[in-house]
Design a protein around this ligand. Structure first.
Ligand code: GDP
Ligand code: MG
Length: 295
């Protein structure tokens, strides 16, 4: 039996969370077309007949501008050491950008082995793929790597077996039924936050948080959830609610659909929008209600 830890690493929006969901065979972490969708370090536990691999999803490497960003960057740093492998994900469509240099700066002195994954091959013509892969490998002195499309590919056996060559023999760290080390409330808040991220623009996704205020299971097995969507200013409240409450209804409907699927049971979901002035600067709210590690 093999058992170990692998971090997915890289700049924002390269497809780290998409790849984790693909490797896990189901959607666990959230994905959107906007950078910095992932705010936390999330361990996802992959099991097959001969191994358990804990894949850590991380926020993309970026420059810190607010306390939230600082928490996010610490989540990245904490996930680089003591791992068996870092999977450094690149975006073949953008090619090398300054954000990849920033990512390189953070890991160049880390002792953990690094393996490159070149993602979004579906967006680039084949001749260009070779060229971009070669440039990335030579610039960051990377030896091996895999070219993939996290959205199109269905078979990741080659990648998985290469990953396993870095994983030591050992007993599993988690029970095989566990999909993630995060709580049910956390997963619920993330799913709702994903819908906000997908339906809003400009600063709204980044100034909105989701707090699950109540979670209970009814006698018939139905989940009862009451969640608050936090915004910073009263004007933003109207934007989340939308015309004739259209936006909040869509957020609720889409979140409910995912929650039903994930927990495989019916769900009663109430969602309220609340103004929490400057929640992004309030360390207590961040660590107690919004899962930012306050170590
Ligand atoms: P992360 O920030 O690195 O976790 O990136 P996400 O997983 O959230 O993905 C960012 C965006 O890229 C989403 O819109 C994904 O659907 C998209 N994406 C991810 N992988 C691929 C891929 O292989 N091909 C294409 N075309 N899009 C991808
Ligand atoms: Mg992500």
């Amino acid at each position: 039996m093999k058992s170990g830890f692998v971090t997915l690493y890289g700049k924002p929006n390269v497809g780290k969370s998409t790849l984790i969901n693909k490797l896990m065979g189901q959607k666990i972490v959230i994905v959107s077309d906007k950078p910095q969708t992932t705010w936390h370090r999330i361990n996802c536990v992959y099991n097959d007949e001969d191994s358990q691999i804990v894949f850590t999803d991380t926020p993309g490497v970026h420059k810190p501008v607010s306390p939230v960003n600082r928490y996010m960057l610490r989540a990245i740093t904490d996930s680089l050491i003591g791992m068996d492998l870092i999977l450094w994900i690149f975006d073949l469509e953008t090619g090398i950008t300054r954000k990849d240099d920033l990512a390189f700066d953070k890991i160049k002195d880390v002792k953990t082995p690094v393996m490159a994954v070149f993602n979004k091959s579906d967006l680039v013509p084949e001749e260009k793929v070779k060229d971009r892969v070669a440039r990335i490998k030579s610039k960051y002195k990377l030896k091996a790597g895999h070219v993939i499309s996290a959205v199109n590919d269905t078979d990741f056996q080659e990648l998985l077996s290469d990953i396993k060559s870095y994983i030591p023999q050992g007993q599993p760290f988690y029970s095989p039924e566990m999909l993630t080390d995060r709580s049910t409330k956390f997963i619920i808040s993330e799913i709702i936050r994903e819908k906000v991220f997908r339906k809003t623009y400009e600063e709204i996704p980044y100034t909105t948080a989701v707090y699950v205020e109540h979670l209970s299971e009814k006698a018939d097995g139905k989940l009862h959830i009451r969640a608050e969507i936090w915004v910073e200013r009263p004007s933003q409240k109207g934007m989340i609610i939308g015309k004739q409450a259209g936006l909040i209804k869509a957020i609720r409907k889409n979140a409910k659909r995912d929650l039903k699927y994930l927990f495989d049971r019916s769900v009663e979901l109430e969602v309220y929008v609340k103004v929490k002035k400057e929640w992004r600067k309030k360390e207590q709210l961040l660590s107690e209600d919004l899962y930012f590690d306050n170590k």
